[in-house]
Design a protein around this ligand. Structure first.
Ligand SMILES: O=C(O)CCC(=O)C(=O)O
Ligand SMILES: [Fe+2]
Length: 344
């Protein structure tokens, strides 16, 4: 018998959350959380004109000259915020075909000697001077996504029969967002937009597919088939990050996904809801454990560097991941742990 699995991505209408269809909504959400790990949300309440302003700004931003992009290079930032060119990222052993600007909730630097090194992940954005309109547009969008993320967690608590606010206790004050551009590739060029991965940096991801007519995002189901996640007007794609899989003891899986390179260029904007940096592995595996008892004969099947790695906090696990994938920043800003993170 083949493994029961999904063949399409459920659509959850958040507009039903206050009406008579609420029970059905929570039951559909439960299915999406436990069997799929991916969903679309509609009627999410983020103002259309905020989204449109962001979508409209992307082509201008990405057509800035290379020198303007280099001024805000991610390499300059101890907080791993800024621009990365096509070719600087490898996923699943192959080079990705995308360029991106990474921003975070606007916060001042807090790290000073004596504080955990991972506190250095927090700090100011680098805004491109040649495209000044992007700063207020992104800041406003981030505020909306932060609020949407919190509303959404309340529904997830209800769908999973968890106490009110029990998921909010894991949130960070810093969330991250990427503006992503996948350039058009030649026909027959077997490039990857971004290779197969699970989202490792956040609690939940809320993705805006910003090119209404261009597909490419796919999700891996349990039968090993890739399921398309085409853009749908008025929706966000929402998916589970690895920290959430850990907290739920694998009941809610962080599903593998990828983006195919295509002959049409594509823009997208993933918002990664942040997990508090001081979260310990012990807390992550105990705080909600009564609600997610061990399945599979007591052996955890959850795949996560946080769970199986050497470092005890979410913050340090994140810092290690970033130092390993951005070697220039690692050497420049984190020489005290660079070798150790690379060799352990
Ligand atoms: O661009 C997309 O649609 C998805 C991007 C993604 O999966 C990621 O950046 O983690
Ligand atoms: Fe992703």
């Amino acid at each position: 018998m083949s493994t029961p699995t999904f063949t399409e991505i459920p659509i959850i209408d958040l507009g039903l959350s206050d009406g008579p269809d609420r029970r059905q909504l929570l039951s559909d959400l439960h299915h999406a959380l436990t069997d799929v790990g991916f969903l679309y949300i509609t009627n999410h309440g983020v103002p259309k004109d905020f989204i449109a302003a962001l979508v409209d700004a992307l082509p201008t931003l990405f057509s800035l000259p290379a020198t303007a992009k280099a001024e805000v290079a991610l390499e300059n930032s101890p907080h791993f915020l800024g621009y990365s060119a096509v070719g600087s990222e490898t996923t699943a052993g192959r080079q990705d075909t995308r360029e991106q600007f990474e921003f975070a909730t606007e916060l001042p630097s807090i790290w000073q000697p004596g504080l955990p090194l991972y506190e250095r992940l927090v700090g100011p954005n680098q805004w491109p001077a040649a495209c000044p309109e992007i700063e207020p547009i992104v800041n406003r969008y981030m505020q909306e996504m932060t609020a949407l993320g919190e509303r959404f967690l309340t529904l997830v608590e209800q769908a999973l029969s968890l106490p009110a606010q029990s998921l909010h206790q894991f949130l960070s004050e810093q969330h991250r967002l990427k503006l992503v551009h996948y350039p058009a590739t030649e026909l027959g060029d077997d490039g990857q937009g971004v290779g197969p991965h699970k989202d490792s940096s956040g609690w939940w991801t809320f993705l805006l597919q910003a090119s209404p007519d261009v597909g490419g995002l796919q999700v891996l189901n349990k039968a090993g088939d890739w399921v398309d996640v085409p853009p749908k007007p008025g929706t966000f794609v929402v998916n589970i990050g690895q920290a959430f899989e850990v907290i739920t003891n694998g009941a809610c899986p962080a599903t593998t996904h990828r983006v195919l390179a295509g002959t049409a260029e594509r823009y997208s904007v993933p918002f990664f809801q942040g997990v508090r940096r001081d979260l310990t592995r012990k807390e992550a595996t105990t705080l909600l454990r009564d609600y997610f008892p061990q399945r599979h004969g007591g052996v955890s099947t959850v795949d996560s560097a946080f769970l199986h790695g050497k470092y005890d906090t979410w913050g340090e696990t994140q810092l290690r991941t970033k130092v390993r994938s951005h070697k220039t920043n690692g050497k420049k800003f984190y020489p005290e742990v660079f070798e150790q993170y690379h060799n352990d």
